[in-house]
Design a protein around this ligand. Structure first.
Ligand SMILES: *Cc1c(COP(=O)(O)O)cnc(C)c1O
Length: 381
């Protein structure tokens, strides 16, 4: 039986129709970079697309104070920032971020995926970190004006995109502990190649015991840099054992799966059901997770959001009741999990057809190769 699924608050806020980009454009006036990358540098970057190392000629910015609200909207040359060493973000980590992609369709147009969802989520994250709320026209407008200024940096190679990184931080120079009264918001972008070169590469996962990225009442459901900071040591230790990622368990019983450091998880049962850890307030509510749940449900697949015990997962993999396990997030879209281990178990899982099908369905929608029944794609230019 398929249970009627209630959209979450983020899904509801994120699916409100947005004005066309032409109507939003121009909120962030352009100060053109007078010394952009020269042709050879540009060609070099676009030929050898890696993730997160190289950036485009411009960035979006706006500032916030309690008196003025958000102001000084601008697109400016990409450059190092001048920030006081006393800025609160360096001491108390008051910052949040987002991650999206701009995709070039075959006809040359540039699109992004569910920007309204990310707009709702940055406000959810900002609320938890005592940072100010922003209008979604400002969030989406910053993406539109930034990408329009740097349109030539959106690659057209299959599987590539311009990765967009909006972020917000407390820049007030004050060492007292309070929520800051000067905030800066930026959007930078990095031209990125396909995550998988030459087909799916399953990742190996070390299940973390003793270390957690977040806990009840903490900041786990916010996209906050501090959660990543907490995941780095377990990640490093797992790397030394030869594993590429870490899976976190609930911090109370260490019994239930939560997520990877930056990706949500799905489990495919051999009877066709698909399960994913429920939203407990500790895990991050991924847009990719949400899209996969909706896509599968629209195809009649039974998607269960529920507690998934590690013991059941391991025994299910051993008995064959579990046929596939995968992780998902904006950067990689979908990543098959090929191995899951800790001191007392070590199981391997084959790459299966459900994982591959979802990957293709999602990327086909994002790239404009398939119908977009949920109105997820948004044309930037
Ligand atoms: C960003 C993120 C995800 C994935 O979210 P998407 O919206 O799908 O990119 C999952 N988990 C964590 C901890 C994240 O920060």
């Amino acid at each position: 039986m398929t249970i009627e699924h209630q959209p979450t608050q983020l899904e509801q806020a994120g699916s409100q129709p947005l004005p066309d980009a032409d109507r939003i454009a121009g909120r962030f006036p352009l100060e053109k970079n007078t010394s952009p990358a020269d042709q050879a540098t540009y060609d070099g970057i676009m030929k050898d697309l890696t993730f997160g190392h190289r950036f485009t000629d411009h960035m979006a910015h706006m500032a916030w104070t309690p008196q003025q609200g958000w102001h000084d909207r601008e697109i400016i040359p990409f450059r190092d920032l001048t920030v006081s060493p006393a800025a609160a973000v360096f001491h108390y980590s008051q910052s949040v971020f987002e991650g999206l992609k701009a995709y070039r369709h075959e006809d040359g147009s540039v699109w992004t995926f569910r920007p309204g969802y990310n707009a709702a989520r940055i406000n959810h994250s900002a609320h938890r970190l005592a940072l100010p709320q922003m209008d979604r026209e400002d969030f989406v407008g910053s993406l539109v004006d930034y990408v329009r200024a740097d349109e030539k940096w959106v690659p057209d190679v299959e599987g590539s995109s311009l990765y967009l990184r909006p972020f917000m931080f407390a820049s007030e120079a004050f060492l007292g502990v309070h929520s800051a009264s000067r905030i800066d918001y930026y959007v930078i972008g990095s031209p990125s190649g396909p995550y998988f070169v030459g087909g799916f590469q399953p990742v190996s996962i070390w299940v973390s015991r003793g270390f957690h990225r977040a806990g009840p009442g903490g900041t786990g459901s916010a996209k906050a840099g501090g959660n990543y900071a907490a995941s780095l040591l377990p990640q490093q230790l797992a790397g030394e054992k030869g594993f590429s990622q870490v899976c976190f368990l609930d911090s109370y019983e260490e019994r239930y799966l939560e997520e990877l450091g930056g990706m949500n998880m799905f489990v495919v049962m051999s009877d066709g059901r698909v399960c994913t850890p429920e939203l407990t307030g500790v895990i991050l509510e991924g847009g990719t997770r949400s899209a996969i749940c909706q896509l599968l449900r629209s195809q009649g697949v039974d998607v269960e959001e529920k507690p998934i015990a590690l013991d059941d997962l391991v025994s299910g993999i051993q008995s064959g009741a579990v046929s596939e396990v995968f992780a998902c997030g904006t950067a990689a879209v979908v990543t098959p999990i090929g191995r899951l281990a800790n001191d007392d178990f070590d199981v391997t899982i084959p790459v299966g057809p459900v994982t591959e099908k979802i990957y293709h369905q999602l990327t086909d929608i994002q790239m404009g190769r398939a119908d977009d029944p949920f109105n997820w794609t948004y044309r930037i230019c």
